[in-house]
Design a protein around this ligand. Sequence first.
Ligand SMILES: Nc1ncnc2c1ncn2[C@@H]1O[C@H](COP(=O)(O)OP(=O)(O)OP(=O)(O)O)[C@@H](O)[C@H]1O
Length: 230
Amino acid sequence: MSHKPVEIMIDNLVAENIFFSVMQRDILKGVTIRADKGKVTGLLGRNGSGKSTMLQAMFGTLSVQECNVFVNGQMVKNAYGKAGLVNYLPRKPYLPGRLKVADALKQFGSDVAYILLWFPEVEEDLEKRINELSGGRERLWSVLILLLANTRFTLLDEPFTHIMPIHIERLKELISIKKVDKGIIITDHMYRHLLEISNSLYLMKDGKSIYIRDKQDLVLHGYLSFLESD
Ligand SMILES: Nc1ncnc2c1ncn2[C@@H]1O[C@H](COP(=O)(O)OP(=O)(O)OP(=O)(O)O)[C@@H](O)[C@H]1O
């Protein structure tokens, strides 16, 4: 009797072969990116290297020359439209400005008690409208709402921007807990935070992605000019 090894498929979302050219410039030259349940994938790159474009192509809201998206090997079109599949934090403000925070939480079905357990000080925002919040608080609420939402994958474009260090530290802990339930891709220029929380880290350069093993690689590939001491 032969014993076939049991293959366990880890929930994954893959955007393969992304090509994007604009105004005769090739921005992405056949790049692949993937999110796996249980992992954080980090994406670094200089301004204009195509990080946001990749996330939008994967989400399905940007039309690019080529991009094939698969969920566990099955091709999907318009990933954003599939209930419970994936959510995406754009670089720009995400939540509707006129909405009260408490109403936004209700709309997204967020677990307010759980959020306040992690960030008790943000309770003061609940009755405020989104456009009355500081930039950092608006970003924090947006990240929390998407991270805690019941989707299999979450794509976060610059989630740490404007957020104060003490909240970034807590957010990183929360991301490490949430990745047990979902696959997460994060792009941010705060490379130290990405180095710390990513299970796989890539650098976008010349339209391709380079696998990053450690900080030295970031110098080698010209993302950092030198290694700062810790
Ligand atoms: N609609 C468009 N028209 C012209 N150029 C575009 C368009 N969309 C994207 N680009 C260009 O594509 C390149 C990649 O942009 P993208 O926003 O993906 O970069 P990024 O790596 O996210 O940059 P940053 O770190 O500055 O956020 C940029 O040079 C941008 O100017």
